[in-house]
Write a protein that binds this ligand. Sequence first.
Ligand code: PLP
Length: 433
Amino acid sequence: MTDSNSTTTFETFESNVRGYCRSFPTVFKTSRGCWLVDEEGREYIDFFAGAGALNYGHNHPVLKDALLRYIQEDGITHALDMATSAKRAFIETFQKVILQPRDMQYKLQFPGPTGTNAVEAAMKLARKITGRSKMLSFTNAFHGMTLGSLSVTGNAFKRSGAGVDLTMALTMPFDGYFEDGTDTIEYMDRLLSDSGSGVDFPAAAIIETVQAEGGINVASAEWLRRLEQLCRRHDMLLIVDDIQVGCGRTGTFFSFEEIGLNPDIICLSKSLSGYGLPMALTLIRPEHDLWEPGEHNGTFRGNNPAFVTATAALNTFWKDGELAEETARKGELVREFLTDTVKRYPELHGTVRGRGLIQGIECAVDGLSAKICHAAFERGLIIETAGPESKVFKLLPALVIDDTLLRQGFDILRQSIEAVLESEGLTAESVPA
Ligand code: PLP
């Protein structure tokens, strides 16, 4: 009952919960590098990169070779958390290529296959270490869809899907949340210092250095350093969720390297396997590794093919600083393009935001960003919105994209903006809704 080239099968049989396929209504068949191809042979430039899971592009040949060889040799596919050659190779490579050169000491916990598993494990451990239950989370944060992660996520629509009260978080204002410039670190410090504030003492603060899903909100280096000091002052742990903006998205492997943070726990996933295979990691400072054997387990913590591609990715991209430098350079190209775009089209009422290769424009005009993304799809570019009201269109190309393709994507985006502004009849004087 193949309904070739049509989305009918999905519409008929797949749950209503499906999401991205509505933004990109075609049936994709193959992919390579920064290109996706649908069943009709139409090609799309990918500025979405699997929501940050494909930093090295689709089906990177070096990673694919390593994977094919491993499968061909009957390498272990599934192994719970048993010791395997593939897992040892990953652990040793991660130590050698990532942690040791950065003088970072962390134990590795494989918490389950997806990002939210890494977040759940981190929060559970922080609670165990401190004996406190509350988590200090932030406005517009996004940490995943399981109940613990949802409780520290800001988005009201996603939260309401929980169907239960999400009571374990203490939501605080992110950097720049108040338009009047209120110093949100001072605000938190006041509440945490005042025994009359009614604020329960949290186990940890969980933070994204750049809130990706929340609308590309960038915390300043200074604010993040002060947040770490706040955590130390009030004896809270610091958890950095680097699931979307780690693995090189902002340039360096960890998004906080140049800022100089020393998180107690770090969550990684998305581009860790480098190939789009599910894999997650919770990094724990050795003194905090208070787990009892088997206290937190799960069937799919040993996705060995993912260990193989992850090892190949680290060896290919992270043995020197070239990818980080290139990402910073391409980030500048994106910045120039976006800055020029908001100047050229005042009708957008746009603000540029982001770091490295996660940048975008917030359009104050209601619904405009979604329309631009839709117009881009029709012209062969995959790009998504972010933020609670989807007001930001977000450029998230693979880090390995070449300049020509990047500029080709810029051109399509420009054409899409022009088409939408024309069809909407917007002028610079149009007041944002
Ligand atoms: N944390 C962050 C910062 C994310 O961006 C995401 C997903 O977008 C998650 C956690 C959840 O990851 P997953 O969807 O793999 O559970």
